[in-house]
Design a protein around this ligand. Structure first.
Ligand code: GLC
Length: 429
């Protein structure tokens, strides 16, 4: 692998590589055996970051395969269903989403009708920066990435002020985050067989399903989202990832022989809107905004640190975020940082999925943001504590932030993949 790792890190590397090998289906990687038997969009990007360090040929296949599900609008759906898995293996499955009935959905593969944080361009660029010949891969991928980004800015900027709006908590990737509690109150639940083990409240799960039914009945049209849909929020994590990926897309455009300028201009617009719409001067953190009420949502969550991915974030804001992150509300209070919710808030729950537990993917995003701003204390802390978590508890879905106990599914692909990327980052240290 060409890296200088310690004996113990070599064992962690081998264990992570085994997880990715076992979860590989031949064309893509499932998030975990059993619980998540299809391809999820942002999981797939995280996985490709790890595969780039382990099997770059598969990393390219992984990234391209998610675009099999791309709609004519440019939407990259958050789930691409596998036809070799029983139709009832996951709820809501293809029968619920009914993508086949949508004229703009792809033929030959069934999908959901929502997005997830658009990490693909960032993942593609990091892959292209590794060894090997990437020209044909980038030439094929670039138009698909450009269409994905154009869809998000054209059809999903519901407020018309430069940020993407989420129309479902699942689009955030952090589905039971306390940030969604208030906007969900406006949604009528729909009793369904969907029940999550990880701590998603029953009534909220029914609201999640109800939102999908409303979107499906409206043909997933952006006019419906803009005018009638009850759940419309601007999220710092989604938009920070969109911004980082838009910067990456400009680089990919150059490498693919296309014009990077429109992507640079778009990045500037997102940067300005992120500060204007989601930075809360009073409390010194980024918060989600409920577009329907116009209000910032009070919850302080891990999502608020994702804007560290913005290379142009003003130094005073970077400093404020680092201080909050290291404080007794987040990393400073826990042995296994970073908890996904402010530990001092009433909504914090150490065992409930995105309401407290530590996740490898959010640690990785904050780690990358810390590297972007040379916050060495933060990036070193996150690298060390993430490795400590998987050494102690394996590649679990998430972890108790106080004692590091693993929670959720085992052999979770992005936990393994991102550990490979973290270890590889230690090259020549
Ligand atoms: C859970 C996570 C989501 C992820 C999916 C598949 O629903 O909340 O972010 O994409 O699992 O791993």
């Amino acid at each position: 692998m060409g890296l200088r790792l310690t004996g113990d890190e070599t064992a962690v590397w081998a264990a992570a590589a085994r997880v990715l090998d076992a979860n590989w289906t031949g064309t893509a990687t499932v998030p975990s055996p059993g619980l998540y038997p299809h391809q999820w969009s942002w999981d797939s990007s995280f996985v490709s970051l790890g595969l780039a360090r382990h099997r770059p040929d598969r990393a390219r296949i992984e990234l391209l395969s998610v675009f099999r599900g791309q709609w004519e609008t440019g939407l990259v759906p958050h789930i691409v269903f596998s036809s070799s898995v029983s139709r009832s293996a996951y709820f809501p499955g293809p029968e619920f989403w009914r993508s086949r009935a949508q004229p703009g959905a792809p033929r030959g593969v069934e999908t959901s009708g929502l997005s997830q944080p658009p990490l693909q361009a960032l993942a593609a660029l990091r892959l292209a920066q590794g060894p090997g010949e990437h020209g044909p891969f980038l030439a094929r991928l670039y138009p698909q990435l450009a269409a994905q980004h154009a869809y998000l800015s054209r059809e999903r900027d519901v407020a018309g002020l430069g940020l993407v709006s989420l129309c479902h908590p699942w689009e955030s990737g952090l589905e039971n985050s306390p940030a969604w509690d208030r906007p969900l109150e406006a949604v009528e639940p729909l009793i369904s067989p969907y029940a999550r083990g990880g701590g998603v409240d029953r009534a909220d799960a029914d609201r999640h399903v109800s939102l999908v039914r409303s979107m499906r009945e409206a043909g997933y049209r952006s006019e419906y989202l803009r005018d009638d849909h009850p759940f419309v929020v601007e999220d710092p994590l989604f938009n920070a990832v969109f911004l980082a990926s838009t910067h990456a897309l400009a680089e990919v455009a150059s490498l693919a022989g296309a014009d990077p300028a429109p992507h640079r201009e778009e990045a500037q617009r997102i940067h300005e809107a992120l500060l204007e719409r989601l930075w809360d001067r009073e409390t010194c953190c980024f918060r989600a905004r409920d577009v329907r009420t116009g209000q910032l949502i009070p919850a302080a969550t891990i999502s608020g640190f994702a804007p560290l991915l913005d290379p142009d974030l003003p130094p005073a804001i970077v400093g404020g975020l680092a201080e909050l992150l290291l404080s007794a509300r987040f990393a400073g209070a826990t042995g296994y940082p970073v908890p996904t919710c402010d530990v001092q808030s009433a909504a914090f729950d150490r065992g409930a999925y995105w309401r407290g537990p530590t996740w490898v993917n959010t640690n990785w995003l904050v780690w990358l943001g810390a590297l972007t701003h040379r916050l060495d204390a933060v990036s070193d802390l996150l690298l060390g504590s993430t490795l400590r978590l998987v050494r102690q508890s394996g590649f679990r879905e998430c972890f108790d932030p106080f004692d590091g106990t693993g929670r959720g599914s085992h052999d979770y692909s992005w936990s393994a993949a991102l550990v490979l990327d973290l270890l590889a980052s230690r090259r020549c240290t």
